[in-house]
Unconditional design. Structure first.
Length: 150
């Protein structure tokens, strides 16, 4: 399992590809990526970004990382973009256990696996998918807030 959220990037152009946000293997297979040119990356809920490169990549890494951060200033902005690329039905499970706020988060309408949001401190801004085909993990306080909403 990789750090959430996993993606591939193309240093030559800055293009980004996502399919399975929880790991690189399924994304590589589904999108038929050539790993001779595509590089792995991670964006974590705490804001840490990891963009992997090889010694042969001819790119100013500081400039490239700055451009990436400008395009996706927050983890949620990246996650929302990723969901828009993948579509309304997310195939797999989502470990968002490091996410403390759902403010601005736009989850897909359907998740085929489980959804872990147990670190959320409030239900503010949270709209759950209409379908989750696995378990839903929430803190007791967030669960109580959602139950009060009806």
């Amino acid at each position: 399992m990789c750090e959430m959220a996993s993606f591939f990037h193309l240093p030559a152009t800055g293009e980004i590809k996502v399919w399975d946000l929880m790991g690189h293997g399924e994304t590589e297979k589904e999108l038929k990526l050539d790993l001779k040119i595509w590089r792995e990356g991670h964006y974590e809920p705490n804001g840490k970004i990891e963009l992997r490169f090889t010694d042969t990549d001819r790119v100013d890494r500081v400039e490239y990382e700055t451009a990436f951060r400008n395009r996706f200033p927050t983890f949620i902005s990246f996650l929302n973009w990723g969901f828009s690329e993948i579509g309304e039905k997310y195939s797999g499970w989502l470990d968002l256990s490091g996410l403390t706020s759902a403010d601005g988060l736009k989850l897909p309408s359907s998740i085929s696996g489980w959804l872990d949001l147990r670190a959320l401190t409030s239900a503010d801004g949270l709209t759950l998918p209409s379908s989750i085909n696995g378990s839903l993990y929430l803190s007791d306080s967030v669960r109580a807030e959602l139950e009060m909403r009806g």
